[in-house]
Write a protein that binds this ligand. Structure first.
Ligand code: HH2
Length: 420
C-alpha cells in the first residue's frame, strides 16, 4: 500500500510506520507546555526524525478528556510558525496536522503539511480540504467531543459500530478521490472495556482496505488497566499494546510520543515477520469443482450456447501475523470464491478457456471482497474478505466436461497461476 503526496511517499509494507507526536499546546496530557515555542517545537521534530520517525503529527489543540476548544486564530498562531519552521528544515518526512477545523487544515497544508489528522472523523468540509490539496487524511472515531466524551459512553457493539462508521468515512473520501486512513480513536468516548474490545479486535478494520492508525501512547486507559501508573511511567504499557497490534499486522501507523523505542519495536517486528514468512506454512484455501456455465470456445458455434464448466480455485495466503485470530476475516471465504468464479463465467464470452481462467484469478484477487452473501462470525455481512492484500497467488483450473466427453478423454481445459 502506498500513499503519496508531493515528494513524500509513505509505504505500508513490512513494519508499521512511526508517527511522532508534536503537541504545541500548553495543556496536552503528557507533553503539554514542553514544545510551546516554535524553536523548541522545531527542535523536537528534528530530534524525532533523527530517532526514526516516519512522519510527524503537529497538533495545537489538546483533546484530552475535559479539554475545551481553542479559537481558530489561536490554533493557527501556534501551528503555522512550527509547520513553516519544520518544512524549511526539509527533514524528509511528511508532516500531518492534527486538527478538527477545516480552515486550520487548509492553512497548515498551504504552509507545508502533507496530511490531515482529524480526530472528529473527517466530515465533508474536511474531506473537501483534503481533496483540494490532494492530501491523505486520518479519519478517527470519537464519540461526542473532548469536553464530555468520557461521560458514560455507551455502545451496543463497539467494534461493529466503529468499523461501520469508519467504513462510511472511507467511502465518503473515495467519492472525492481522497485516501483515508482509519483510526478507532482509543480513549475518545470509550471506557477501558471498550478500548480493550477494540484493541483485541483491531484486525476487523482490515476489512475496510485502508491503512490503520493507532494512538495508544501514554493514554489513561493504561493507568486503569495497570492499576495506577502515572503518565511518565506508561512506556512499557504503550510498547506492549503497540507490539500486539503490530505483531497481528493490525496497524500500519503507530502514533507515539516515544519515537526511538517504537522505531526499535517496528524494526524488531519486521525482522520477526520476515523470518516467520520464510518459515511459516502456506495457507491455501480451495474451492474445487465449482459448476458454471459460459460461452467459451474458439468457434462461434461453440460460443452459441453456454457450455457446462467445472472450475477449481486455489488461493495461497501470506502467513498470518503472529498469533493471528482464528477468524473469517483473516482469510478468504470459499463461498465467495465460488460466487466470483460463477459470476465471471456468466458475465462474458471467451475464445480461450485460459483467458476465462485468468479473468477468474484476477477477479478472485481483486473482487472477492465485493461480493456479498457471506456472514461473519459476529453475524454481520462481511462485505468482503480482509485478505486481498495477503493473497500471494491464485491458481485457477477450468475444465470443459462436455468437450472431454466428445473427445473421449478424462479432462480438457486450462490452468493458470496468477500472482497479484
Ligand atoms: N490521540 C490524541 C490526539 N490525536 N489522533 C489520532 N489519529 N489518534 C489518536 O489516538 C489521537 C490523535 C491524544 O493524544 P495527545 O496528542 O498526546 O494528547 P492531547 O490531545 O492532550 O494533546
Amino acid at each position: 500500500m502506498e500513499l503519496a503526496r508531493g515528494t513524500h511517499t509513505l509505504t505500508f509494507d513490512e513494519r508499521p510506520l512511526v508517527m511522532g507526536v508534536l503537541n504545541v499546546t500548553p495543556d496536552s496530557f503528557s507533553d503539554g507546555g514542553l514544545f510551546d515555542t516554535p524553536e523548541r517545537a522545531v527542535e523536537h521534530a528534528r530530534r524525532m526524525t533523527a530517532e526514526g520517525a516516519d512522519l510527524i503529527d503537529v497538533g495545537a489543540e489538546s483533546t484530552r478528556p475535559g479539554a475545551g476548544t481553542v479559537e481558530l486564530k489561536d490554533e493557527l498562531a501556534r501551528l503555522l510558525p512550527v509547520i513553516e519552521g519544520i518544512a524549511a528544515l526539509d527533514l524528509g518526512v511528511p508532516l500531518s496536522v492534527d486538527t478538527a477545523k477545516p480552515e486550520a487544515a487548509d492553512r497548515a497544508l498551504a504552509a507545508g503539511a502533507g496530511m490531515i489528522n482529524d480526530i472528529s472523523g473527517a466530515g465533508e468540509a474536511m474531506l473537501e480540504v483534503a481533496a483540494r490539496h490532494g492530501a491523505p487524511i486520518v479519519a478517527m472515531h470519537m464519540r461526542g467531543e473532548p469536553r464530555t466524551m468520557q461521560h458514560a459512553p455507551r455502545y451496543d457493539n463497539v467494534v461493529a459500530e466503529i468499523r461501520d462508521y469508519l467504513s462510511a468515512r472511507v467511502a465518503a473520501g473515495r467519492k472525492l478521490g481522497v485516501d483515508v486512513l482509519v483510526d478507532p480513536g482509543i480513549g475518545f468516548g470509550k471506557t477501558l472495556e471498550h478500548n480493550l474490545e477494540l484493541l483485541a479486535n483491531l484486525h476487523t478494520l482490515r476489512r475496510l482496505d485502508a491503512p490503520v492508525v493507532l494512538g495508544v501512547s501514554r493514554k489513561s486507559f493504561l493507568d486503569r488497566l495497570l492499576g495506577g501508573v502515572p503518565v511518565e511511567e506508561r512506556l512499557a504499557g504503550t510498547l506492549t499494546v503497540n507490539a500486539w497490534a503490530a505483531a497481528l499486522d493490525a496497524a500500519d501507523v503507530l502514533r507515539v510520543h516515544d519515537v526511538r523505542e517504537h522505531r526499535q519495536l517496528a524494526e524488531s517486528i519486521a525482522a520477526l515477520r520476515r523470518h516467520r514468512r520464510a518459515a511459516a506454512p502456506r495457507r491455501r484455501v480451495l474451492a474445487r469443482g465449482i459448476p458454471g456455465r459460459c460461452r467459451v470456445g474458439v468457434t462461434a458455434k461453440e460460443r452459441a450456447e453456454p457450455q457446462e464448466l467445472l472450475v477449481d480455485v486455489e488461493v495461497a495466503l501470506a502467513p498470518a501475523g503472529l498469533g493471528a485470530p482464528d477468524e473469517l476475516d483473516t482469510t478468504v471465504d470459499y463461498a465467495e470464491l465460488a460466487a466470483v468464479a460463477q459470476a465471471v463465467a456468466a458475465r462474458d464470452e471467451y475464445r480461450l478457456v485460459e483467458t476465462l481462467a485468468e479473468r477468474v484469478a484476477v477477479a478472485v484477487a481483486t473482487e472477492a471482497g465485493s461480493t456479498t452473501g457471506a456472514a461473519a462470525t459476529d453475524g454481520t455481512a462481511t462485505g468482503g474478505t480482509a485478505a486481498p492484500g495477503r493473497i500471494e497467488s491464485v491458481r485457477v483450473r477450468v475444465s470443459k466436461p462436455g468437450a472431454a466427453r466428445e473427445l473421449g478423454v478424462a479432462e480438457v481445459g486450462a490452468e493458470i497461476v496468477w500472482r497479484p
